[in-house]
Design a protein around this ligand. Structure first.
Ligand code: SF4
Length: 923
């Protein structure tokens, strides 16, 4: 395979004639067709890339590094996505080599140029091999991409044509090649047999296997968790078990054991919910212990995410058709990037496991290559699904996943979906009755997002599009309410009149271009006028307007112009909600009246349409209530405020927001109460420092929502088996001026060098993160320690963490999202450095909660928990060792009391801290 000669494959230039470019922060290396190596400064490298297509890894990364806009390139990542669709690979040269099992030197840029050529040769050889696994439809797709000017097109065409495609697969019309799902009918009613502690322990022992040592804490966990799998004793009072399990306990298998037993015995699924999509993937991997046979696993366990994560085949078809009809001939020698993207998307769609575009097997880095919005536009992001009326319904990834979940034993979900499903389908007897919430310390925030209401420009425009479809631009991909339901109500004049009423009333919502009209005081609708007045109030009253960040203002004493705009908008929104509610009722009535003649597909469409309308009408009613409360009294369970959302001075959204002060109340009412058993677990739930006389449980009921239930929750804390005092060191650096960006950056650089990499730097502000990256990326790279950064590298956070995890010399800079998504066992994460104490942001929402939940004690508790959770990332396995550093001399000692027992923080100057890190790692 390695000897494939692309020249012989057909048209275009062969690999040997391609110049190669490897880039670093300070310099680049170019290998030309004659084998001449040249070291270049950034502006020289940019000149070469602009003049001639080179073989590179990651066009967006090169563009960012060299400050280039459009340029043609032979990007190895695009070639990989074509040749190995839906196969995981880190978007780096190292990642490509690992995926291809190539072991080549890459220490110098010159080595990297050679390795890049080898990667290209290997991929083209694979595509030209008789046994290539991904041949189906490849030639047709490559031909379309070649015509669109894709740099790799001629070489790939030459390779794939070497052997015929016997699949008779059209390639582009990917939906024709996908299997149809089969309807299995509704599952029988679930049983309600308990799981006893001894059975749970035995199942745990089976999962661990004979060779594994028994962990006493894990055994106790598995036994205690069975409380959530007993029959409920009181209506509205689920069996609630709260379990704090220190890191290393093995809590995941501890709850998989009773959950799987309950599901098998009772013939109903248990939902296992975690916080992030990345953690869903990790939890799914753990399930391989329970189901070692992949075929059985595919039947018994399913990952569920919101609809907006999955590819919509209809969107793919319509986008592809639009791209092809437009005539994909490149202008001015560049490639038609839309066609290239669609080529790679249909290749993936043909081979994907489940159609998940966000965190599944879709190459997430394509977002940086082609624009995240383009990719999101291929999912069912806006709830525009046609359901049974869609020609792809029986092949739809979303429908397949939903059906699998109904018949699976274990459903791996995330908190956002689990809460949204329970709230949106409240009262539905088919909702899951047993829920496990891992990463339970995030439940408060997940509920906060789920039950918040945003009366903003973006939300209004989204609703308008959902109702009226796309009204400008002429694209076909804009299915409004009429498209979705007209056929269902064709013989019902009243319903048709209501539909017309909804469409007409929706004209009050913001339309395309609303943001610039609002900023330019040229509002066109009552909604836009309200936004304009809100914007004016925020700019007049907010602090720190000059920094270009999000700003907010309280709703007290609104000016008369704003009050008047709010009143008029409230009236218009009432006029929208009324026909929406009536239309939903009329659709539901048809379900009853025409029960004997409706086909299953139409029943489903009516139900979904009625439910979606009702949900959105509820939102419009909430908006109206918010508007009517202006100038009066806001109910004391809520906090309202006005907000202008901005990034680097650019306005993104504006409007009024309402949050529950305690979002665990609706969480308990809507999610916990209908369930029969709820398990909440995390490594960090208790705050012992806040509860000096007790055992730290005092605040847990508040944060978990257990205090709102009519039954007493059971609790157990299982300590970590790790010796944190021996395995860690905690240092507060007391002589770095945290206001001086240069001092902070040098501290990061020297600490990362002292640990030899494996450092994660967490920042409380993106601006400071970027400033540090600018200053230290070059010197670190020269020392052989690659530095990656959220908000700098054009890669999504989960992939950045994967890259960081893969290289023990790499370091990573990030914000809260990185901390929450990081699970990096082993030496890849051995040093964690915080630039400042992560106090809560002083927002109006936080102020309201602070007033309600204990003043400064609430601030302390929140900050202590964040520090403890950050510290907890360092030690994931028995052999891990790590140092935790805070570069903030003003760190109060009381905040460090949340660290594990025996861990004592030292306050040192920077030089001593660096020496301590070196000494700890024996360097
Ligand atoms: S059924 Fe809905 S989500 Fe699925 S392909 Fe059709 S329109 Fe898209």
């Amino acid at each position: 395979m390695a000897g494939y000669d692309a020249e012989s494959g057909g048209a275009g230039r062969g690999l040997d004639g391609l110049p190669v470019m490897a880039l670093s922060v300070r310099e680049s290396c170019r290998l030309d067709a004659d084998g001449v190596i040249e070291t270049l400064r950034p502006h020289e490298a940019a000149g070469y890339l602009a003049r001639e297509p080179h073989l590179i890894v990651s066009r967006p990364a090169a563009a960012r590094r060299l400050n280039l806009s459009e340029f043609q390139a032979f990007d190895l990542l695009e070639l990989y996505a074509f040749v190995r669709p839906a196969r995981y690979c880190l978007p780096t040269l190292g990642g490509l080599m690992k995926a291809l099992s190539l072991d080549l030197p890459v220490a110098t840029l010159e080595d990297q140029c050679m390795a890049m050529r080898a990667v290209a040769e290997r991929l083209l050889a694979e595509a030209g091999s008789e046994i290539w696994r991904y041949r189906a439809g490849a030639e047709r797709v490559a031909s379309m991409m070649a015509r669109a000017g894709w740099a790799w097109g001629p070489m790939v065409m030459g390779a794939v044509r070497r052997f015929p495609d016997h699949s008779r697969d059209d390639g582009l019309r990917v939906w024709t090649a996908l299997p149809e799902w089969e309807d299995m009918g509704p599952p029988p009613p679930p049983g309600d047999d308990p799981v006893d502690p001894a059975s749970s322990e035995s199942r745990l022992a089976e999962l661990l296997g004979d060779a594994s040592e028994t962990r006493e804490g894990q055994r106790r966990f598995a036994a205690a968790a069975t409380h959530s799998f007993r029959p409920r004793e009181m209506e509205g009072g689920p069996n609630m078990q709260i379990l704090e399990a220190g890191t290393g306990t093995g809590k995941t298998l501890g709850y998989i054991a009773p959950a799987s037993l309950w599901a098998e015995t009772n013939g109903a699924p248990v939902w296992l919910s975690t916080f992030t999509k990345n953690l869903q993937r990790q939890l799914d991997q753990e399930l391989s212990r329970l189901y070692p046979d992949p075929v059985r696993k595919a039947r018994k366990a399913v990952i569920r995410k919101g609809r907006e994560n999955y590819a919509c085949l209809l969107n793919i078809e319509e986008t592809l058709t639009a791209v092809m009809q437009r005539g994909a001939l490149p202008l001015g020698g560049g490639a038609d990037r839309d066609s290239v993207l669609m080529g790679l998307v249909v290749r993936w769609a043909r081979f994907t496991r489940d159609g998940d575009m966000i965190g599944g097997d879709f190459p997430s880095w394509l977002g940086a290559h082609f624009g995240a919005a383009r990719i999101a536009g291929l999912t069912d992001r806006r709830g525009e699904c046609l359901y049974a009326a869609c020609q792809h319904y029986r092949r739809c990834y979303i429908e397949r996943a939903a059906r699998k979940a109904r018949h699976a034993d274990l459903v791996v979900a995330n908190h956002a979906l689990t809460i949204a499903q329970a709230a949106n389908r409240y009262g539905d007897p088919d909702l899951p009755k047993r829920l496990v919430f891992d990463e339970g310390h995030h439940l408060f925030d997940a509920a906060d997002s789920a039950f918040a209401v945003a009366l903003t420009g973006l939300e209004g425009a989204e609703l308008r599009r959902w109702i009226r479809g796309k009204e400008s631009g002429g694209a076909t991909r804009a299915r409004g309410l009429r498209n979705r339901i007209e056929e269902l109500i064709a013989d019902d004049a009243d319903a048709k009149a209501l539909l017309d009423g909804v469409l007409e009333a929706a004209r009050v919502l913001p339309s395309d271009g609303w943001a610039s009209r609002v900023a330019g005081a040229a509002a066109m609708t009552r909604f836009e006028t309200f936004l304009m007045e809100v914007r004016a109030v925020v700019l007049a009253r907010a602090n720190n307007v000059e920094f270009g960040l999000a700003v907010e203002a309280g709703v007290a004493t609104p000016p008369p112009a704003l009050l008047s705009a709010a009143g008029q908008l409230a009236e218009a929104l009432s006029g929208l909600a009324r026909p929406m509610v009536a239309l939903a009722a009329s659709l539901l009535a048809r379900l009853d009246e025409d029960a004997d003649i409706l086909e299953t597909g139409d029943r489903g469409r009516l139900e979904v349409a009625a439910r979606s309308l009702k949900l959105r009408a509820e939102m419009v009613k909430s908006w109206t209530e918010m508007l009517l409360s202006l100038g009066g009294t806001v109910p004391d369970i809520f906090v309202d405020w006005f907000e202008l959302d901005r990034v680097d001075g650019r306005e993104r959204d504006v409007g009024m927001r309402r949050h529950f002060i305690d979002p665990t109340k609706p969480l308990a009412d809507m999610v916990f109460t209908p369930a029969h058993g709820v398990l909440v677990t995390s490594a960090t739930l208790r705050d012992r420092a806040a509860d000096k006389d007790g055992d730290g449980w005092a605040g847990v009921d508040l944060r978990s929502g257990a205090k709102h239930l009519p039954v007493v929750s059971r609790r157990l804390a299982v300590p970590s088996p790790f010796d944190y005092a021996a395995q860690t060191r905690v240092i507060v650096v007391n002589d770095v001026n945290r206001m001086d960006a240069a001092q902070v950056a040098s501290a990061y650089r020297e600490l990362f060098l002292a640990s030899g990499g494996g450092g994660l730097g967490l920042f409380t502000a993106i601006k400071r993160l970027k400033a540090t990256w600018d200053k230290i990326a070059g010197p670190m790279e020269e020392a052989g320690l690659p530095l990656y950064a959220q908000h700098v590298d054009p890669i999504d956070t989960a992939t950045l963490v994967d890259i960081f995890r893969d290289d023990p010399h790499a370091c990573l800079l990030g914000t809260d999202a990185v901390r929450d998504g990081v699970d990096v066992p082993g030496e890849s994460l051995r040093l964690l450095v915080l630039d400042r104490v992560p106090w809560p942001r002083p927002t109006l929402l936080h102020k309201a909660r602070r007033d309600a939940f204990g003043g400064t004690a609430y601030d302390d508790m929140q900050t202590r928990m964040k520090l403890a959770q950050g510290f907890g990332r360092l030690i994931r396995r028995a052999g891990d060792r790590g140092v935790f550093v805070i570069l903030d001399a003003r760190t109060p000692t009381r905040l460090l009391e949340g660290l594990p027992e025996g861990v004592v923080a030292e306050r040192l100057g920077l030089a001593a801290a660096i020496a301590s890190v070196r000494e700890f790692f024996g360097r």
